[in-house]
Design a protein around this ligand. Structure first.
Ligand SMILES: Cc1cc2nc3c(=O)[nH]c(=O)nc-3n(C[C@H](O)[C@H](O)[C@H](O)COP(=O)(O)OP(=O)(O)OC[C@H]3O[C@@H](n4cnc5c(N)ncnc54)[C@H](O)[C@@H]3O)c2cc1C
Length: 717
C-alpha cells in the first residue's frame, strides 16, 4: 500500500489578496510535500480592484471582478477558511479568527490589503461607503443606480483610484446628469507625473466633475457631507477612495509597523518575526518603499512562494526587488484610458483595450485553471480497476455511501436478535430502545471528508448525524465522536483535534446534547463520524405514518452531492460552495421541533436522495409520494451543474433503485442526488400545512403530497 506523505508543517495565508491568489496557483505546480496550506479570507472570492472602475462604468459584470479562492484552494490542495483574522498569538503561533478556534501555523503570510474606511469621520460608517471591500460597495452602487433620479455623489480622495471612480460614475450616469464631486485633502493626483495629471484634470473638467482640493471630510449624513471649512455638499452617495489605511488589528500583533503597515525585509519577512511574511498593500518594504499598487502584490508572488518553500525545506530565500517605474493604466470612464510611465502619458481607446486585455489575462490566469489529470492506473492493474476509476473520483460525504441496493441485499442476510427493549428492527437508520419508562433513540453516521477543514467537516458531520434523531422526533441527548485523522506530526494532530473538538462542542451546546466521548485514530484520510442518542417523550406514540392528502414538506434545498462533486473536480463556483456550506452548517433543531408536533411521518434526506427517502416514507404507509418538481428547492448552481452532466458517485445507484417516469430535465436528476446534512422531509396533514409553513425558514417548501398507492412509491410531476 502506498501511504500518503504525512503533514509536518502548517503554512497559513491570511487574506486572499493578489499575492496569495497567485501563490495558490503556484503551489499546485510545485507544492512542498508534507506542508499543509490554509488560506483565510472573509468570503469565497477576492475582488480584483483593477477592474472596479470598469464595473462602475458598466463595462464589466460584478462577477467578472471576483477571484474564486475556493477554486484556487481546491486546485492547490489547500483548505480555505471563511473568516476574518483579527490577531496573531506569536508565542503560541496561532492566528485568531472570531467565531472559530485559533489556527496553528509554522509559517504565516499576511496579504489583507488596506481599507479606505473613514470610520473616524462622524456618520461615515452609517452613511458612507468605502470603495474596498468591494462587496458592500457594489451593493450600494447597485442601489444607487437603480434609483429613478439619483442625487449627487461625493468621492473622498483625489488619487488615481478616486479619479477613476468619479469618471466611471459619470460615464455610468451620462444620460441622467448626476453631479459628481471629488474632495481631496491635499492636491489632486499628487503622486502622478505632471503630464498624466494634467490630462486627467482635463478629463474631469470635460465631464463636469467638481474638484475640491485642500478640503477634508468632517461629517456624513444620509443626504449630505460636511467639510472642514463648514461647506455642506448634497450627497446621496459618499464613497471613500481615500488612499491607504492599514487595518487596525495589525497593531495588536506586536510586529514592527511603519505608519501602521507591516515592515518587511528584502525577503518579505517581518523584521520582528521571521516566521511571518507580509505582502501586498498591507506591507511596507523597508528596503524599497513603493506606492500601494496591485502590480507590486503580483510581483511579490514568486518570491513569496520561493521563500516559503525554502523555509519548509531548508533552502535559500530570494530577495524581492520591486521595480522603481511601473506602467500605470488609468481608465477614463468610457472605453478610453491613459498610460503613464517615465513621466510620459498616452491616451486613447487602444490604451483602454490594452488595459482590458491585461486585466482579463490576469483574471484568466487565476480563474481558468488547468484540469487536474485523471488518476494514473498501473499497467498491471486488476481487471475492472480502469472501469471503476473511469467514473468521476469518489465523492465525499453521503456521495461515498454504499448504494441502497447493496445495503439492502446485505441486510437481508442479517438475523435480528429479538429483545423486548429493542423496538425497531435491523435496517432502520436509528434504533429505538426502551430504557425503563423512557424511549431512547440511537444512531450513527460518519462522513468521508469532502471539505479539507476539520472544523467545518466536524460541524457538518455532527449535524448530519443528528438528522436521524430529529427525524425520529427525539431530543438529542449524547454525542460520541469518531475522528480519523490523516497521518501527521503530533503537533499538528493536537491542532487538528482542537478544531474538531471545538466544532463538536459547539454543536452539542446548540442542540442540547452532551459530548460524552469518542474514538480517534490515524488513517488514510480525514473521516468524521458521530454516534448520537436522543430521548423520546415518555408518552411516545410513534408517528402513525403518512396519510393520503398529507402535504410533503422539505426543509432545505437539494443538490449538495452535485455541488460537492463539482467542487472536488474544480468545476464549482466558489460562491455557490460558500452558500452550500453555510446552509449545511445550520442546526435544524428548531425546524425539527416544529415538524415533530405536526408531522404524520418524518425522515431526513441523505444518501438515497430526495426520491429515495420520499419513496421510503410513502412506501412504509403503503402509499405514493407525489413530487412537484417545480416546487422543489435547489441549491444555487445545482441545476446548472446537473445540466452539465455533473453527478455524485452515488447518483447512478440511486437512480437504478427506481423505475419511474421522469421529466427530461436536469432538475429531475437532482432528485437522486445524495444529500449530506440534508433537509427533513415531513408528511403534514393538509389542515396544518399553511400555519406550519409560516413558521419554517425561507428555504423550506411544500414539494408535493401523499396520494393513494400507484405503480411506484414515488411519482414526479
Ligand atoms: C478604485 C481602485 C482602482 C485601482 N486600480 C488599480 C490598477 O488599475 N492597478 C493597480 O496595480 N492597482 C490598482 N489599485 C490598487 C490595488 O487595488 C491594490 O494595490 C491591490 O488590490 C492590492 O492587493 P493586495 O494583495 O494587497 O490585497 P487586496 O486585493 O486588497 O486583497 C486583500 C484580501 O484580504 C482579505 N482580508 C481583509 N482583511 C482580512 C482579514 N482580517 N483576514 C482575512 N482576510 C482579510 C480581503 O477580503 C481581500 O480578499 C486600485 C485601487 C482602487 C481602490
Amino acid at each position: 500500500m502506498i501511504e500518503a506523505i504525512p503533514f509536518t508543517r502548517e503554512v497559513v495565508l491570511i487574506g486572499g489578496g493578489h499575492t496569495h491568489a497567485l501563490f495558490l496557483r503556484r503551489w499546485r505546480m510545485s507544492p512542498v510535500p508534507g506542508a499543509r496550506l490554509t488560506v483565510i479570507n472573509p468570503g469565497p472570492a477576492a475582488p480584483y480592484t483593477g477592474m472596479l472602475p470598469g464595473y462602475v462604468a458598466g463595462h464589466y459584470q460584478r462577477r467578472e471582478l471576483d477571484i474564486d479562492l475556493v477554486k484556487l484552494a481546491r486546485f492547490a490542495g489547500a483548505r480555505i477558511i471563511f473568516g476574518r483574522a483579527d490577531g496573531i498569538d506569536r508565542d503560541l503561533k496561532r492566528v485568531r479568527i472570531s467565531g472559530r478556534p485559533d489556527i496553528a501555523y509554522d509559517i504565516a503570510s499576511i496579504d489583507v490589503g488596506i481599507t479606505s474606511n473613514l470610520s473616524e469621520v462622524k456618520g461615515f460608517s452609517e452613511y458612507g461607503i468605502a470603495a474596498k471591500p468591494l462587496e458592500a460597495f457594489a451593493s450600494r452602487w447597485t442601489e444607487f443606480l437603480a434609483k429613478p433620479a439619483p442625487g449627487p455623489a461625493v468621492i473622498i480622495g483625489g488619487g488615481v483610484g478616486g479619479v477613476e471612480l468619479a469618471l466611471a460614475m459619470h460615464h455610468a450616469q451620462r444620460t441622467r446628469q448626476v453631479d459628481v464631486t471629488i474632495v481631496e485633502s491635499d492636491r489632486m493626483l499628487v503622486r502622478l507625473a505632471p503630464r498624466a495629471r494634467s490630462a486627467l484634470m482635463r478629463e474631469l473638467t470635460a465631464a463636469g466633475i467638481v474638484v475640491l482640493e485642500g478640503r477634508s471630510l468632517v461629517e456624513v449624513s444620509p443626504t449630505s457631507v460636511q467639510l472642514d471649512n463648514g461647506t455642506e455638499l448634497a450627497a446621496e452617495l459618499t464613497v471613500s477612495a481615500a488612499g491607504a489605511r492599514p487595518y487596525d488589528w495589525l497593531s495588536g500583533t506586536g510586529l514592527h509597523l511603519t505608519d501602521g503597515y507591516l515592515t518587511v525585509d528584502e525577503e518579505l519577512r517581518s523584521i520582528t518575526d521571521p516566521s511571518i511574511y507580509a505582502v501586498g498593500d498591507c506591507a511596507y518594504n523597508e528596503h524599497a518603499p513603493r506606492p500601494k499598487a496591485g502590480v507590486f502584490a503580483v510581483r511579490a508572488a514568486p518570491i513569496l512562494a520561493a521563500n516559503i518553500s525554502a523555509d519548509l525545506t531548508g533552502g535559500r530565500r530570494r530577495k524581492f526587488r520591486p521595480q522603481k517605474h511601473y506602467l500605470k493604466l488609468i481608465s477614463l470612464g468610457s472605453r478610453r484610458a491613459i498610460a503613464e510611465k517615465f513621466g510620459g502619458a498616452l491616451s486613447g481607446d487602444w490604451v483602454w483595450h490594452w488595459k482590458d486585455w491585461i486585466d482579463r489575462r490576469f483574471m484568466d490566469r487565476l480563474g481558468n485553471l488547468p484540469k487536474m489529470p485523471p488518476q494514473r492506473v498501473p499497467q498491471n492493474a486488476a481487471i475492472g480497476v480502469n472501469e471503476l476509476l473511469a467514473a468521476r473520483p469518489l465523492c465525499g460525504g453521503c456521495g461515498s455511501k454504499v448504494s441502497e441496493q447493496i445495503l439492502e441485499d446485505a441486510l437481508d442476510g442479517v438475523t435480528a436478535t429479538e429483545r423486548g427493549d429493542v423496538i425497531t428492527s435491523v435496517g432502520d437508520d436509528g434504533a429505538v430502545l426502551k430504557v425503563g419508562n423512557t424511549h431512547q433513540v440511537i444512531t450513527t453516521d460518519h462522513l468521508r471528508a469532502f471539505w479539507p477543514d476539520p472544523y467545518v467537516m466536524t460541524r457538518i458531520a455532527a449535524l448530519h448525524a443528528m438528522g436521524d434523531i430529529w427525524a425520529m422526533s427525539a431530543a438529542p441527548q449524547a454525542l460520541l465522536a469518531q475522528f480519523t485523522l490523516p497521518r501527521m506530526s503530533e503537533q499538528l494532530q493536537n491542532a487538528w483535534l482542537d478544531e474538531c473538538l471545538a466544532a463538536a462542542e459547539a454543536v452539542a451546546l446548540e442542540t442540547g446534547a452532551a459530548l460524552v466521548g469518542g474514538h480517534t485514530s490515524v488513517g488514510a484520510e480525514l473521516t468524521i463520524g458521530f454516534t448520537v442518542t436522543g430521548l423520546l417523550p415518555n408518552d411516545i406514540s410513534f408517528a402513525s405514518g403518512a396519510q393520503v392528502g398529507d402535504a410533503l414538506v422539505l426543509t432545505r434545498p437539494i443538490g449538495s452531492g452535485t455541488l460537492l462533486a463539482a467542487e472536488m473536480s474544480g468545476d464549482a463556483d466558489g460562491r455557490e460552495i460558500f452558500t452550500l456550506l453555510e446552509e449545511m452548517s445550520k442546526s435544524q433543531s428548531e425546524v425539527a421541533a416544529l415538524l415533530a408536533s405536526d408531522a404524520n411521518a418524518l425522515t431526513d434526506v441523505t444518501g438515497f436522495g430526495l426520491a429515495g427517502h420520499a419513496a421510503r416514507l410513502a412506501d412504509s404507509a403503503g402509499l405514493t409520494a407525489e413530487i412537484q418538481l417545480e416546487k422543489v428547492p435547489f441549491y444555487p448552481g445545482a441545476e446548472r451543474l446537473s445540466g452539465l452532466g455533473v453527478r455524485s458517485s452515488l447518483y447512478q445507484a440511486n437512480l437504478a433503485a427506481h423505475t419511474i417516469e421522469l421529466p427530461d430535465n436536469p432538475a429531475a436528476d437532482l432528485l437522486f442526488d445524495p444529500q449530506t446534512a440534508g433537509g427533513l422531509l415531513a408528511a403534514i396533514p393538509s389542515d396544518k400545512i399553511e400555519r406550519l409553513l409560516g413558521k419554517l425558514p425561507s428555504g423550506a417548501a411544500k414539494i408535493g403530497q401523499i396520494v393513494p398507492k400507484g405503480t411506484n412509491p414515488i411519482a414526479v410531476l
